[in-house]
Design a protein around this ligand. Structure first.
Ligand code: IFM
Length: 469
């Protein structure tokens, strides 16, 4: 097992861990919270493993002080969390719910009292159900409602928040929510998924404008789960073209407007048989293109694709589950090939080199834009030893290798300012329910007791020494 290389990180490197509201809070009917699309989806039979829901999750809504204690004991310099839109605006529009605002205000104060920087994500997938009923992200109006919500949050929390992040992984919101249907709201409609892509880009831009209308010097970011997609046969033109097409859908559909103010021509051409993109109005891509202080990068694994020859069943398994539809809208002749292992319990391949490649690519294509790894981590089948300890050497190894890969990108010039381990706690892993555990801290789902895994002890030492041993 490798635990490190003696590597040190730059001074001021921001060490943290991340969570998301629906995955940890529970208390879905308390404090004036309204229903979200994930409440509806998870309560729909057959949508999540074992029918699991976020009703209780890990009860962070009631145990937040205990959880802040763990954050402090880990020595984390920053905590990345998301605010639940339906806790703040139960129907997704209109005046704020004071109890919801108070919850996040107390959380932020609690972090600051412990010397931990709050890194806030405004949207990590829990859309107010009323907005979903009105079309969700396929409706342009949702982007404007998001901006209202962003402004409410900025007014409430002000400069107590160190970094404002608009969206987490809009790829998942759009393509898994409306394309494949494995995430809420569970629709399988390629044209709807592309409309969602655009309205999420627009929401990002409008949201940042709204935050900065209140807080002109707010530090701002967006978090993307950028995909590292490789051709199965690098010498094949067809396979390289398959990788280009998937890259356009997965990455450039977001980095184009958000970082360059334009949609890539090849994306529009590749998907012209699915939609005419008439939902993009003049000036929209420029709105999406707001100045950013940092780009949040979420990274877990890599993908391998090739041109499907039309013979035999086409594999679309990109590791995000099987469903009625596909997230790879319009890429009907592209096939996913299972990459070499080893794999995590998600079935995702472990490929730290992909992280180095990704950070260097972003550095090359968007020079001058600092990055932070806002999520990286692994689910494994943890077991509790008779004495109560959780020995998770595979997770330690995964984290160590990816930190080393980050260091290698920094050595080659990438401007990476921080790293957030996913996740602080075991939690509700979306359609996989409570079956997949990503936490540094184990949660017993019967008692809700928290227990540090070996990886938590290890990560505390990494943070303390600002590097690997
Ligand atoms: O749990 C999720 C998180 O909500 C978003 N990024 C990927 C994680 C692991 O699947």
């Amino acid at each position: 097992m490798s635990t490190g290389t003696g590597r040190r990180f730059p001074d001021g490197f921001l060490w943290g861990s991340a969570t998301a509201s629906y995955q940890i809070e529970g208390a879905v009917k308390e404090g004036g919270r309204g229903p979200s699309s994930w409440d509806t989806f998870s309560h729909t039979p057959g949508k999540t493993l074992n029918g699991d829901t976020g009703d209780i999750a890990v009860d962070h809504y009631h145990r937040w002080q205990e959880d802040l204690g763990h954050i402090a004991d880990l020595g984390l310099r920053a905590y990345r969390f998301s605010t639940a839109w339906p806790r703040v605006q139960p129907g997704g529009r209109g005046p704020a719910n004071r109890e919801g605002l108070d919850f996040y205000s107390r959380l932020v104060d609690g972090l600051l009292e412990r010397g931990v920087k709050p890194v806030l994500t405004l949207y990590h997938w829990d859309l107010p159900q009323d907005l979903e009923d009105a079309g969700g992200w396929t409706a342009r109006d949702t982007a404007y409602r998001f901006a209202d919500y962003a402004e409410l949050m900025a007014r409430e929390l002000g400069d107590r928040v160190d970094l404002w992040t608009t969206l987490n992984e809009p790829w998942c919101s759009a393509y898994l929510g409306y394309g494949s249907g494995v995430h809420a709201p569970g629709r399988a409609d390629g044209a709807a998924a592309l409309a969602a892509v655009h309205h999420l880009n627009l929401a990002h831009g409008l949201g940042l404008q709204a935050v900065r209308s209140v807080l002109p010097s707010a530090r701002a970011s967006v978090t993307l789960n950028l995909h590292v997609i490789r051709p199965a046969d690098p010498s094949s033109d067809d396979d390289r073209d398959a990788a280009r097409r998937v890259d356009a859908l997965a990455n450039r559909a977001f980095t184009g407007p958000m970082l360059s103010g334009t949609y890539p021509d090849d994306l529009l051409a590749d998907t012209a048989h699915v939609t005419d993109w008439a939902f993009v109005r003049a000036g929209d891509a420029e709105i999406a293109h707001q100045p950013l202080d940092v780009l949040g990068v979420n990274y877990y694994s890599t993908g391998l694709v090739r041109r499907w020859d039309g013979v035999g069943p086409r594999s679309e398994d990109d590791g995000h589950g099987d469903a009625a539809g596909t997230p790879w809208v319009g890429a009907d002749d592209v096939e996913f090939v299972r990459p070499d292992g080893p794999y995590t319990a998600m079935g995702w391949n472990i490929d730290p080199g992909g992280l180095t490649d990704l950070l260097l690519r972003m550095h090359r294509e968007h020079p001058g834009l600092p990055m932070m790894i806002t999520e990286n981590g692994a689910a494994f089948a943890d077991t509790v030893s008779p004495g109560g300890a959780v020995h998770d050497p595979l997770r330690v190894d995964y984290l160590a290798r990816h930190l080393e890969a980050t260091g290698q990108a920094i050595d080659q010039g990438a401007d990476v300012r921080g790293y957030f381990a996913w996740s602080l706690l075991d939690n509700f892993e979306w359609s996989f329910g409570y079956d997949r555990r990503f936490g540094l801290i184990r949660v017993d789902y019967e008692t809700l007791e928290r227990t540090w895994k070996d990886s938590a002890h290890w990560y505390r030492d990494v943070v303390a020494r600002n590097g690997l041993d």
